[in-house]
Design a protein around this ligand. Structure first.
Ligand SMILES: [Zn+2]
Length: 157
């Protein structure tokens, strides 16, 4: 799904990207531009700003009242009916179809050989498959960090 998040929702934006959603987020994005992108690209606006959602004609938005990013994520998942778990591969986080948590680019598959130079040795030896952001070259894999995230997700949902 396509979202745009205001500057107070950095963690939420990164997590939604990891779950495969297309999230526009910049730490400095003026309200007027935020609203314009939401409208022109038909993105759901995620915001903590009560003032912002009173803008005339704004339809697709979610006002998040809680400051806790896990609570925010739960609200987004429930409000938009997202399915956070990838049942097909038995893993909690859908690595395939995921997006770079840093720059929002869709991840690409890479071979184990291609990953060799880009990930720590113990990761290379134990983890697979690997994916990479074609834009900022960050590597992704199913690791302990994701398992912790998945466990926390299960607790809140
Ligand atoms: Zn990236």
């Amino acid at each position: 799904m396509k979202f745009i998040a205001d500057s107070m929702l950095g963690r939420l934006a990164r997590w939604l990207r990891l779950l495969g959603h297309d999230v526009v987020y910049h730490i400095h994005l003026e309200d007027s531009l935020l609203l314009r992108i939401a409208r022109e690209e038909e993105r759901a606006l995620l915001t903590r700003d009560t003032r912002l959602v009173q803008v005339r004609g704004l339809k697709n938005f979610l006002l998040l009242r809680d400051n806790n990013p896990f609570v925010q994520l739960k609200e987004v998942i429930e409000e938009f009916g997202l399915s956070p778990f990838d049942k097909s591969c038995g893993m909690s986080i859908p690595i395939s179809g995921g997006r770079c948590s840093i720059c929002n680019t869709a991840l690409e598959d890479v071979s184990k050989e291609q990953a060799k130079a880009g990930v720590p040795k113990y990761v290379f030896d134990t983890a697979a498959p690997f994916r990479r952001c074609p834009e900022c070259k960050k590597f992704y894999w199913k690791g302990t960090h994701q398992q912790r995230f998945a466990k926390k997700l299960r607790e809140i949902l």
